[in-house]
Write a new protein. Structure first.
Length: 203
């Protein structure tokens, strides 16, 4: 798609990496009341990841269709064959309040993202404002295949595939100075939230 409108050059952006602090509760002493945070096991990827391979997590509560919120964890299959956190970009999306389980003892469901693939949808060309050339904005869709699993047993409850489409190419687009183009990628966060809601939030 050719576009005659000009590109606005930007100076290179400075990216600040924000460190995420993982707070792990201290081990409970003999004087702590039963069920306190000190007695609970953090739901780390090392502990929860094997659930996506069918390994039961006996310390997790059983999942039922009882009224209320049934908390979960979302893990993604890595290139090394292990499931880890990191599917969701915290800068662009957050799970609804109460959905995320920080401890195994609160974890009923695990979302196992088995595959995430991108496919080119469209290339939009923009003419430089000085007329010296063109740059390209590429649009990619994202297809995500996942399973919903009960944490306590490793039993599969449901599975599906969702496709996220990127936004349309705008009439004008900003690019980093000196680049030949950039890309935009579709996400499925909101679609996944809608899909999960009947399992997580039960009236």
């Amino acid at each position: 798609m050719n576009r005659k409108l000009t590109r606005i050059a930007l100076v290179p952006l400075v990216v600040f990496l924000l460190g995420l602090a993982l707070v792990i509760p201290a081990c409970g002493g003999g004087d702590e009341p039963a069920g306190s945070a000190g007695d609970k096991m953090p739901s780390t990827a090392y502990v929860v990841g094997p659930v996506c391979k069918g390994t039961a997590l006996p310390d997790a509560p059983s999942y039922s269709q009882a009224s209320g919120t049934h908390s979960l964890a979302i893990l993604k299959l890595g290139d090394d064959g292990d499931y880890r956190y990191g599917f969701i970009d915290p800068n662009s999306y957050s799970l609804p309040e109460g959905w995320r389980a920080n401890y195994v003892e609160d974890l009923e469901l695990v979302v196992c993202v088995d595959k995430e693939e991108n496919a080119l949808v469209e290339k939009c060309k923009y003419t430089l404002e000085d007329g010296s050339g063109t740059v390209t904005l590429s649009r990619y869709s994202t297809q995500v295949t996942f399973r919903l699993v009960e944490a306590q047993t490793g039993r599969e409850i449901a599975a599906d595939t969702l496709v996220g489409m990127p936004r349309e190419c705008p009439e004008t687009q900003k690019f980093l100075k000196g680049t030949a183009g950039s890309s935009i990628v579709g996400k499925v966060y909101e679609e996944l939230e809608d899909w999960l809601r009947p399992y997580v939030e039960i009236p």
